[in-house]
Write a protein that binds this ligand. Structure first.
Ligand SMILES: C[S@@+](CC[C@H](N)C(=O)[O-])C[C@H]1O[C@@H](n2cnc3c(N)ncnc32)[C@H](O)[C@@H]1O
Ligand SMILES: O=c1cc(-c2ccc(O)c(O)c2)oc2c(O)c(O)ccc12
Length: 375
C-alpha cells in the first residue's frame, strides 16, 4: 500500500498530465470563440460591462439544447484560457448566475470596427484574430504530427517539409500556393502584428531615428512597419525590400517605396536597416549572410541596424505569457523554417561574426526586444 502522501503525489501528477493533454482542447475552444464571434456578442451587449450567459445564448442564437455545452466552453475560455473575465452577478436577485466581460486579450478578437477604441480615436486598431487563425490553418497544424520523425532523422528537413514534401515554407508561399490562400493568411498575421509593433516603435523609440535620413525595411512584407515610420517621420525616405512576388502590385506613395529583390544578394543603401521578425526565420549561417549584406547597405558610419525579434531570457523560461511563449516560438520557428529564437549570447555571437562592433538591447516590446546594432 502506498502512503496517503504518495497517493496524493500520483493523483497530482495524473492531473498535470491531463492538463497538458487537454491543452489542445483549450485552443480549439479559442478557435470556436472566434468562429462564433463570442467577443463581438459580449461587446454588442455589454460594451465594457458584464453580460449574462443567457444574453449570449440569444445573441449567438445557440439552440436551447446546446445551453450546457456553451456554458462549459465559456467557463473554459474564462477560467482556463483567461480570455474572458468571469464576473459576479450585478445584484443578488439577478436571474442569471453567470456573467462575463471582455478583457484585453478578448478585445483583440473583436471584428474590425468593433468600437473598443471609443476613448482613443487616434489609436491604431490592433487585432489578433488572423494571427490565431493562421496557427490553426491545416497546413500549419500538420507539421506537429511529425515531431518524433523529425528528431530521429539526421539532416535539416523541417517538420513543415516532412509534412508537405520538399518545398520550404517560403517556397510553398512562392510556388505551391496557387490560390494565395496561405500567403494571404500569413501576411494578414504579419500586418496585424506590425500595426502594434510599428506604433510602439515610433512612440517609444523615437530617439533611435535621430539623424536617420533613409531606412530600408528588409523583408518588410506589405510595408506596415515602413508605413508607420514614414508617417511618423516624413523626412525619412523609407524603402520596403521583399521578394518580388510579395511586393508585386504594392504601390508606395510620398516617402515610402517598394522594391523587389533578395536580401541574401543585395539590400538598398540606407542609414538604418530594419529587420523585424527576419533573423528568427534563419539558421546561423544564413543570418550571418543577411547581416553582412545589411552591413554593406549601411550608407553612413553613424548608421545602424534596428532588429525587432525576441531575446530569450533563460531566467524567465517558465513564466506564463513570457518565457513560456518564447520557448514555443523557438520550437515553432525550428519546425516551420529551420529558424530559432536567440538568447543575448547567441545574438552577440551573430553580430560579431558579421563584423558589427556593438549593440544595444531595449526591452520595450513585451516578448520582443529592439536591438540596435552598430557597424
Ligand atoms: C516573418 S516575415 C516578417 C515580415 C515583416 N518584417 C513583419 O514583421 O511584418 C519574413 C519576411 O521575409 C521575407 N523574405 C524571405 N526571404 C527573403 C529574401 N530572400 N529577401 C527578402 N525578403 C525575404 C518574406 O517574404 C517575409 O515577408
Ligand atoms: O516570423 C514569423 C511569425 C509567425 C507568427 C505565427 C503566429 C502568430 O500568431 C504570429 O503573430 C506570427 O509565423 C511565422 C511562420 O509561420 C513562418 O513560417 C516564418 C516566420 C514566421
Amino acid at each position: 500500500m502506498k502512503t496517503k502522501d504518495s497517493q496524493d503525489v500520483i493523483l497530482g501528477a495524473q492531473a498535470r498530465l491531463w492538463s497538458c493533454s487537454f491543452n489542445q482542447m483549450i485552443s480549439m475552444c479559442l478557435k470556436c470563440a472566434i468562429h462564433l464571434r463570442i467577443p463581438d456578442a459580449i461587446h454588442k451587449h455589454g460594451g465594457a460591462a458584464a453580460v449574462p450567459l443567457t444574453a449570449l445564448l440569444s445573441t449567438l442564437q445557440i439552440p436551447p439544447s446546446k445551453t450546457e455545452p456553451f456554458r462549459c466552453i465559456m467557463r473554459i475560455l474564462a477560467h482556463n484560457a483567461a480570455l474572458f473575465n468571469p464576473e459576479p452577478k450585478p445584484s443578488p436577485d439577478a436571474a442569471d448566475d453567470e456573467w462575463y466581460s471582455l478583457n484585453a486579450s478578448s478585445r483583440l478578437l473583436l471584428s474590425p470596427g468593433g468600437g473598443e477604441d471609443d476613448d482613443d480615436k487616434a489609436a491604431v486598431e490592433v487585432r489578433h484574430t488572423s494571427s490565431v487563425l493562421f496557427l490553426f490553418h491545416p497546413l500549419m497544424q500538420e507539421p506537429w504530427s511529425f515531431l518524433d520523425t523529425w528528431l530521429r532523422e539526421d539532416g535539416s528537413r523541417t517538420p513543415w517539409e516532412i509534412a508537405h514534401g520538399t518545398a520550404s515554407f517560403w517556397g510553398y508561399l512562392e510556388t505551391r500556393d496557387p490560390s494565395g490562400e496561405l500567403m494571404a493568411t500569413f501576411y494578414d498575421c504579419m500586418t496585424n502584428d506590425s500595426k502594434l509593433v510599428g506604433e510602439v516603435l515610433v512612440s517609444r523609440c523615437r530617439d533611435m531615428f535621430d539623424g536617420v535620413a533613409s531606412l530600408v525595411d528588409v523583408g518588410g512584407g506589405a510595408g506596415t512597419m515602413a508605413a508607420a515610420v514614414a508617417k511618423a517621420f516624413p523626412e525619412i525616405k523609407c524603402t520596403v525590400l521583399d521578394r518580388p512576388h510579395v511586393v508585386k502590385g504594392l504601390q508606395g506613395e510620398g516617402n515610402l517605396e517598394f522594391v523587389g529583390g533578395d536580401m541574401f544578394l543585395s539590400v538598398p543603401q540606407a542609414d538604418a536597416v530594419l529587420l523585424k521578425w527576419i533573423l528568427h526565420d534563419w539558421d546561423e549561417e544564413n543570418c550571418i549572410k543577411v547581416l553582412k549584406v545589411c552591413k554593406e547597405a549601411i550608407a553612413s558610419p553613424k548608421g545602424k541596424l534596428i532588429i525587432i525579434d525576441m531575446v530569450v531570457d533563460e531566467k524567465r523560461l517558465g513564466e506564463r505569457n513570457f518565457g513560456e511563449v518564447q520557448l514555443c516560438f523557438d520550437l515553432f520557428m525550428m519546425a516551420m523554417v529551420n529558424g530559432k529564437e536567440r538568447t543575448e549570447k547567441e545574438w552577440k555571437r551573430l553580430f560579431s561574426a558579421a563584423g558589427f562592433s556593438n549593440y544595444k538591447i531595449s526591452t520595450v516590446m513585451g516578448l520582443r526586444s529592439v536591438i540596435e546594432v552598430f557597424p
